[in-house]
Design a protein around this ligand. Structure first.
Ligand code: FER
Length: 254
């Protein structure tokens, strides 16, 4: 099925309640540096409540700012919230290139930089999540944590999410890149996937990287693992990723 978002989903609306976005810093023992992330707190945010958290990851050309520069997540989420279509949630956009110079510059395919996307697993699990959960009123259970991302971040979401089912019950990969592990490595024990609340795989039909998601999808089908397989028009590009955030976020934490 080719689905699309409702018109205006990413357009700024006047007179609605707004969430807030801030850039935070945390100590990363993994990298040995102070690292940045961008954090969205929803409209009406109150420290008296606890909130589920979506970790939302960028692609090979991005950093912690990429979603906010290109994907308007704040507008998309504020609109959804105003229409009562999503649960209030905190959305953390980390920097998934876990190395000292984590800026998206120079040769982005340098093997050291690609390895840094793998190293991010430890930075996320051991450094960033504990930081978020000690500085925000964030829920601390797997059913209240989601991980999703685009391209390299989609690969990371599968690699990290499925490898850490004790941390995440909601996993989404939008146009996953070749950093995605093979399906058998991602999910050596398909029975365990039954603990997932949502496994979402998607791509744009004009994307040259579709085979990666297709291979995971075929394996999951063979193994009888429930998942959402979402395809839409478009390529390896922002309209697809924004629409995926729009659709995926509506399913979270319900
Ligand atoms: C590759 C092609 C694309 C690759 C990564 C990408 C690691 C990532 C693209 C993106 O994040 O947009 O061969 O190898």
């Amino acid at each position: 099925m080719i689905a699309s978002a409702s018109a205006g989903f990413d357009q700024y609306r006047d007179h609605i309640e707004r969430g807030k976005v801030e850039t935070i810093e945390y100590d990363s023992k993994t990298v040995g540096s102070v690292r940045k992330a961008m954090v969205y707190t929803p409209p009406g945010f109150s420290p008296e409540r606890t909130y589920p958290v979506l970790y939302l990851l960028h692609g090979i050309g991005g950093d912690e700012t990429e979603w906010h520069t290109h994907g308007a997540p704040q507008i998309i989420l504020d609109n959804l919230y105003s229409d009562n279509l999503i649960q209030p949630m905190i959305v953390v956009c980390p920097n998934g290139r876990a190395m000292i110079n984590d800026r998206a510059e120079g040769d982005l395919f340098d093997p050291e930089k690609i390895r840094a996307f793998e190293k991010f697993e430890s930075d996320l699990i051991q450094d960033l999540i504990p930081h978020i959960e000690s500085s925000y009123p964030a829920a601390k259970s797997r059913d209240k944590r989601a991980i999703a991302g685009l391209s390299m971040g989609g690969g990371q979401s599968l690699n990290i999410g499925l490898h850490n089912l004790n941390h995440f019950a909601w996993v989404g990969a939008f146009s996953a890149a070749p950093n995605t592990k093979t399906p058998e490595v991602l999910m050596p024990e398909p029975d365990k996937a039954s603990s997932l609340s949502l496994l979402w795989l998607s791509y744009g039909v004009q994307d040259n990287l579709i085979q990666i998601s297709m291979d995971v999808h075929e394996y999951l089908k063979q193994q009888g693992v429930p998942h959402v397989w979402h395809e839409e028009s478009g390529g390896h590009d922002w309209p697809v990723w924004k629409n995926n955030l729009y659709l995926f976020s509506q399913r979270l934490f319900k």
